[in-house]
Design a protein around this ligand. Structure first.
Ligand code: GLN
Length: 205
């Protein structure tokens, strides 16, 4: 029997328990990641929503910045939701702190404006099928620039809100706050493909 993938949710700050529950509902095992030892065990990592300036400082303090970068560079799938996408981005239009720089996008924080602090939008996302996704935005960033190897998977009002570059996925919105498992399932497919690739490489070697 296929062993379920183990997904880590970065647990320095932010909505960790909701992601763990959603990942389990979508068929994975999930653990909170606070140390490099936790990170070493997982097949994929989610960086949840929260406060990007805080988490970028904590990544350094907990010694996780370099280990996360090197795991993802080696092929470990990463999904950033909202703050997580900001932290994973190449750069942030309105901030100078160093990011993880793992997906070639430029994001702008809190971009949808004060009157729109939080919203639920029926978002068409072709890779998830015909039914729009109930996307919850909370002080959400938008994506201002995508590099040549980045796929733009969804837009809201003409601004990018979901992107993928290889094994790295980013969403401006919060699928862990809905009962719709499709984005979690989409991420788990990326994780499965990555695990199969690793298996192939090592059995060929
Ligand atoms: N506005 C937050 C930030 O800039 C992100 C909000 C969220 O993750 N819900 O870090």
């Amino acid at each position: 029997m296929e062993i379920k993938p183990l997904i880590g949710v970065l647990a320095l700050q932010g909505d960790v328990v909701e992601h763990i529950a959603s990942l389990e509902a979508a068929g994975a095992r999930a653990i909170a990641v606070k140390t490099q030892a936790d990170l070493d065990k997982v097949d994929g990592l989610v960086i949840p929503g929260g406060e990007s300036t805080t988490v970028m400082k904590l990544l350094d303090r907990f010694g996780l910045h370099a280990p996360i970068r090197s795991r993802v560079k080696m092929g470990m799938p990463l999904w950033g939701t909202c703050m997580g996408m900001i932290v994973a981005a190449h750069d942030v239009a309105d901030m100078n702190q160093p990011t993880l720089d793992l997906i070639d996008i430029t994001v702008r924080r809190n971009a949808f404006g004060r009157q729109n602090d939080s919203a639920e939008v029926d978002l068409p996302i072709e890779v998830l099928g015909a039914q729009p996704f109930p996307a919850i935005f909370i002080r959400a960033p938008w994506i201002e620039r995508v590099g040549p190897s980045v796929e733009l998977l969804a837009e809201r009002d003409g601004h990018g809100v979901m992107v993928r570059e290889g094994n790295v996925l980013g969403t401006s919105f919060h699928p862990e706050l809905t009962n719709d498992p499709r984005v979690h399932a989409y991420f788990l497919k990326i994780v499965d493909a990555a695990r199969n690739n690793v298996g192939k490489t090592s059995s060929a070697a």
